[in-house]
Design a protein around this ligand. Structure first.
Ligand code: NAD
Length: 260
């Protein structure tokens, strides 16, 4: 029970990586706020956790909305008596060559990945600082926080940006014992990635199998996808780590696709 009596606010946790983090945190004793754009899926995930004996609640939020983020964090904090862990995880992917990227899609990507991280951090820090029991802020970066790929200009830009935000939160949060770290996964077969496979096949003019083997997993040490559980285990370590010794860091979990 590494997270006993902790409250975790996890965005985008009705699906994929965020949902797995919610399951692992719940197993470790945390109360979970499933904060997602998809309210029905958030409620269903919260119900699954509750059925397994955990404390969980689903809240609707669009992380790009200041008003909605503030309201969702207040709702989560009121449900369980504060916020100890933020996992800023909600994200989407849009792929195009840069010269074809619409400004609207660029802004949408930066809004979800960067505005969302800022707004959820600000709202949760208020609780963490006021509670006086420290906290852990975790950003869902990517190998694309360290490395670029074709067709992903705003995603790569935003994921690199999260590292800057994390380092700042680590410095500002230290005197309140609030730590901040970034997880940088390789490709994980979630709905976000399933959607990209046919899209990239079309744009690059290659087969879907080649997108997986020759694009996505080309530089891994063993041709394997990273799993949601691999990422959730790293998220558990960052959440449970007891001191400021581990802060301002970004950890790549990618089957060696990117090596520091
Ligand atoms: P997913 O599509 O399975 O889940 C994303 C969740 O975010 C969904 O439940 C969706 O409803 C929610 N969401 C989307 N926009 C939102 C918004 N504006 N407000 C609130 N919630 C919103 O995706 P995933 O693969 O689990 O991705 C989660 C995070 O992990 C993303 O930040 C993604 O960039 C990152 N990531 C994914 C991979 C991968 O290979 N899957 C690799 C590295 C990083």
């Amino acid at each position: 029970m590494q997270l006993k009596d902790k409250v975790a606010f996890i965005t985008g946790s009705a699906s994929g990586i965020g949902k797995e983090i919610a399951i692992v945190y719940a197993r470790e004793g945390a109360s979970i706020v499933i904060a997602d754009l998809n309210k029905a899926a958030a409620d269903a995930t919260a119900a699954e956790l509750t059925a397994s004996g955990a404390k969980a609640v689903g809240v609707a939020v669009d992380v790009t909305s200041e008003e909605q983020v503030n309201a969702a964090v207040e709702q989560g904090a009121a449900a369980f008596g504060g916020i100890d862990i933020l996992v800023s995880n909600a994200g989407i992917q849009i792929v195009h060559p840069l010269e074809e990227f619409s400004f609207a899609d660029w802004k949408k990507m930066l809004a979800i990945h960067l505005d969302g991280a800022f707004l959820t951090t600000r709202a949760c820090l208020k609780h963490m600082y006021a509670q006086g029991r420290g906290g852990s802020v975790i950003y869902m970066g990517s190998v694309h926080s360290k490395e670029a790929s074709l067709l992903k200009a705003p995603y790569v830009t935003a994921k690199h940006g999260l590292i800057g935000l994390c380092k700042t939160v680590a410095k500002e949060g230290a005197r309140h014992n609030v730590r901040a770290n970034v997880i940088c996964p390789g490709f994980v077969r979630t709905p976000l990635v399933e959607k990209q496979i046919p899209e990239q096949a079309k744009t690059l003019g290659i087969s879907e199998d080649d997108v997986i083997r020759k694009v996505m997993l080309k530089d891994t040490v063993d041709g394997e996808f990273t799993t949601t559980d691999d990422v959730a285990q790293v998220a558990l370590m960052f959440a449970a780590f007891p001191t400021n010794a581990l802060t301002g860091q970004s950890l790549v979990v990618s089957h060696g696709w990117f090596m520091q």
